[in-house]
Design a protein around this ligand. Structure first.
Ligand code: NIG
Ligand code: FE
Length: 404
């Protein structure tokens, strides 16, 4: 009896960015099943290795599939009016304090049922896939009741079943104080800790728990309580911290073993050192900095010096970053924050995966999962240099070609 041979896919003469660096030689890559079987310099490709492989073409740049480790793409409504208000002089904080901002999206998200939220989010996620994403994290945080937060997480899970992409879900119950708790923030934190986290954990709906540690959101002490509850339920933690001011949220998150602290514009040296010691990833979000016209850039040089891994993500959301294009973030990370193209690309591959606790992803290596992109480019730096949709030639997710 003959056994069916699994399909082997062969690319020749590709320039490989492996998740951390660009390989110096032109490479041949063979995918077998769901894994990368061979990643070898072209001269090592012989007839025996190539035998029986499906020819996937020659040339171009190959990268790991992009990992967008921070998004809020499930939401109801839109915030173009707030965009206009900011252009007329209102600040993000002022809008939040008068009940707009995140809370206006909360109202629209509570109104929408699961099907409506799914239908609205699908094209956003499709746009990210067309731009090379193979893993996308999606946060809740616009429901702020147990039922509405779980509804958002269910939609996120459904999106991952509907499209060829790995969706990682994060419960962000502590995103904003809902109006019904206006005078009782600690009682809302009780709800997050005692009802939301246990329910999300019991239903397997959350892969991690996040908080917004900021003057317009929750204090360091309140966020710490959320982390204790998350850890008691075995869930990894992460934080929106030091985005608009320096409260020390990143250092506290690091002390609790956070996977990442995100935004970190106002992170100080003590925060950098706490993150280094904990091995937390700094998630750099140039889309929010750009959209909110911020002036304080994250401490890139200090993070680099300390060896804190830097991820780069879209933060795609209706308010502070209505930007649904991962490769645009590579460009903005370089132009706004002076990351090198290679650092930016590592931020959306290997380090993006680390920020999700998925260290095996985001790398091209023999034995690694076959999530990869082939781009119509000559050099990996071109991905950050130009902002140009349509450069993706092929996208492979878990060994299957989903864009060709
Ligand atoms: O990551 N910083 C808090 N949360 C989001 C913004 C969400 C919103 O404005 O709707 C962020 O920027
Ligand atoms: Fe965010």
């Amino acid at each position: 009896m003959t056994q069916a041979t699994p399909t082997r896919l062969l690319w020749r003469d590709v320039t490989v960015f492996d998740g951390l660096a660009t390989r110096p030689e032109s490479m041949a890559v063979i995918v077998e099943g769901e894994r990368i079987a061979r990643l070898i310099p072209m001269p090592q490709l012989d007839a025996e290795l190539a035998h029986g492989c499906r020819d996937m073409g020659r040339g171009g740049v190959m990268t790991p599939g992009l990992v967008d480790c921070h998004t809020h793409i499930v939401f109801g409504g839109g915030r173009a009016g707030e965009f206009e208000a900011r252009l007329e002089g209102a600040s993000y904080e002022e809008i939040a304090r008068r009940g707009g901002g995140i809370l206006s999206t909360v109202a629209a998200t509570r109104e929408a049922d699961e099907d409506a939220l799914f239908a609205a989010a699908l094209p956003r996620l499709e746009a990210m896939l067309a731009d090379g994403a193979t893993t996308v994290e999606i946060k809740s945080g616009y429901g702020l009741t147990v039922a509405d937060e779980l509804k958002m997480l269910r939609v996120a899970r459904r999106l991952g079943e509907a499209l060829p992409v790995r969706v990682v879900t994060t419960l962000l119950g502590a995103h904003a104080l809902p109006p019904e708790y206006r005078d009782a923030p600690d009682a809302y934190i009780d709800l997050v800790c005692e009802a939301m986290i246990p329910a999300a954990a019991a239903e397997g709906l959350a892969d991690a728990v996040d908080v917004f540690c900021e003057t317009i959101a929750f204090s360091v002490a309140q966020c710490e309580r959320v982390f204790q509850a998350a850890k008691a339920h075995g869930l990894p933690i992460k934080a929106h911290a030091e985005q608009l001011s320096n409260l020390g949220g990143s250092a506290m998150a690091a002390r609790h073993g956070a996977l990442s602290a995100d935004h970190v514009e106002y992170l100080d040296e003590a925060g950098v050192q706490a993150m280094r010691e904990a091995g937390s990833v700094a998630v750099i979000l140039p889309g929010a900095y750009h959209t909110l016209h911020e002036t304080q850039a994250p401490p890139i040089a200090a993070l680099r010096r300390a060896g804190v891994p830097m991820a780069v993500a879209t933060d795609a959301n209706p308010g502070s970053s209505p930007l649904f294009m991962p490769t645009l973030m590579l460009n903005l990370a370089c132009t706004l924050f002076r990351l090198t193209p290679s650092e930016a690309l590592a931020g959306m591959t290997a380090h993006g995966a680390a920020a999700l606790g998925l260290g095996e992803l985001g790398r091209l290596a023999e034995g690694a999962p076959a999530d990869l992109c082939v781009w119509n480019l000559d050099a990996p730096a071109e991905l950050a240099y130009a902002v140009q949709p349509g450069r993706l030639r092929q996208r492979v997710f878990q060994g299957a070609i989903s864009h060709d």
